[in-house]
Design a protein around this ligand. Sequence first.
Ligand code: 9WO
Length: 258
Amino acid sequence: MRIDVVTLFPDFVRACAEVGVVGRAQRRKLLQVETWNPRDYATDHYRTVDGRTCGGGPGMVMLIEPLRAAFKAMRAAAPEPAHVVYLSPQGARLTQDRVEALAKRPRIALLCGRYEGVDARFLAHEVDEELSIGDYVLSGGELGAAVVIDAVGRLQDGALNDAQSAEQDSFSTGLLDCPHYAKPVSDAYGEVPPVLLAGDHAAIRRWRLKQALGRTWLRRPDLLAQRALDAESRALLEEFRREYLAAGGLDATTDRRP
Ligand code: 9WO
């Protein structure tokens, strides 16, 4: 797929998209990330991209004109229509379901605001969807765009190897991930749970599912409430709860009382 990013900081967004799994997806031509700087489309001597907010008060707003010219060039650079996303704290929350929907599109465009944001008339005419990566204010939309590129880029067919397969993702099951261990089996910080060393793959699968259910119950009960559990999962969660309460309620990561 193709992702176009309209931003005053193209170097930052490109650098974010060049690392790790997503950088490799670009090198494998599974993902194409292009950037467009509205400043390159400003026509005045100072290459102005911002103006005073109408109605007064502090702060500046991104001007329509340079954005319109940047969008015109962006849209013309490839034949597919672009689904345009604006990153802002006013947007709908980005979830794995929304990431998966974006990842299926042939082309999306990410608009990054700076200053107090983008002129509302430009948003009304050019933006299809407004998304937020969380309830906090940043100094611009670029980090949000980098999050979308990462989450969407890694889902492109062939971007992940078998071990990283998206089916193994925490949110693909609607549950949090189970704990992971590597060697040494015995360390000053503790032991690897014996079930993971005994080679009984059915028992390992049950243990991991039980841990995932238990952690979700402890840390994100809201996620469990959204999901109907089958008989096996209900039994495993019941087992987890019983053991947890018998142990006096210890946190899975710290072994301390939460
Ligand atoms: C800045 C500001 C300064 C003085 C008075 C009011 C103000 N509002 C803002 C503001 O909200 N600026 C935003 C900065 C405008 C849109 C781009 N910016 C942004 C995006 N900040 N945080 C995000 C963001 C994007 C996605 N998910 C979470 C936050």
